[in-house]
Design a protein. Structure first.
Length: 262
């Protein structure tokens, strides 16, 4: 699994170009680019050791796998969920959320902002993936919800949800940085003259994060196919941590490459 660059992304999507949305005359603010990119890279490195981040990523794979089993309720309990009937998408997300909150409450490590951002990113990715697999012409029934989750158990679907999770996580990191520094960014002779421009900036950062994390799709698909479907290996939290360490290194390199002006 090499570093599979999926073609050249549009120049406007690189981070310096996104910064240009804020600056009259189109001159990138190099210091802000450095701060945002370095923050994302360092946080991704720290995330490898965050128990909520690892648990969230692991459950994004294991929940659909459990739903595909003959006795889904038992399989869900084996991975730490309540395993209820899941009549709605909300039921799934509540159970998923409670599993992650238990990690936040019981971990012997300090759970900080990274874990909370990972929890939010995982719930968003799971909800989006389920809804994309639901029928669109009528209201979803309980059976529709369960069928949608079963369809998520494939290499292609795991690649998609892994991409969404990492994009959400990276984007939330950048938004977090902006929100904490908003008072220093807005005003005359600052990065942005108005809150309206900051909103445009946030929208552009979301697009940037999804495009930078696109490499996750191929990595996750190949890894799951090689180690689980073909190798017959059980995906444990330990093996997931090893995979995440690998892809985080690749994503850090991608963020660094996209920092350079095109």
């Amino acid at each position: 699994m090499g570093h599979q660059r999926l073609g050249k992304l549009p120049a406007y999507s690189s981070l310096p170009e996104i910064i240009k949305f804020l600056v009259d005359g189109g001159t990138p603010t190099a210091d802000l680019v450095e701060h945002i990119t370095d923050l994302s890279k360092n946080a991704l490195k720290d995330a490898i050791n965050d128990p909520v981040f690892i648990k969230a990523f692991w459950l994004l794979l294991r929940i659909p796998q459990a739903m595909a089993q003959e006795d889904a309720a038992v399989a869900l309990k084996e991975i730490g969920l309540e395993g209820g009937g899941y009549a709605t998408v909300a039921d799934v997300l509540v159970d998923f959320n409670e599993a992650l909150e238990r990690v936040q409450r019981t971990s012997d490590k300090s759970i900080g902002d990274l874990g909370e951002l990972a929890r939010q990113a995982a719930l968003s990715a799971m909800g989006k993936s389920i809804r994309e697999n639901l029928p669109t012409l009528w209201d979803a029934s309980a059976e529709d919800v369960r069928a949608a989750m079963k369809r998520m158990y494939s290499t292609e679907q795991f690649g998609a949800v892994a991409h969404e999770f990492m994009a959400n996580f990276t984007g939330r990191l950048i938004h977090y940085f902006i929100d904490r520094n908003l008072h220093e960014m807005v005003g005359l002779d600052r990065v942005s003259p108005s809150i309206h421009d900051i909103k445009n900036f946030k929208s552009a950062i979301t697009r940037h994060s999804h495009e930078a994390a696109l490499i996750m799709r191929g990595f996750a698909k190949d890894w799951m196919g090689k180690n689980h479907f073909h190798g017959g290996m059980e995906v444990t939290e330990k093996s997931m941590r090893g995979f995440v360490s690998y892809v985080v290194t690749k994503l850090q390199a991608e963020l660094e490459a996209r920092k350079e002006p095109t």
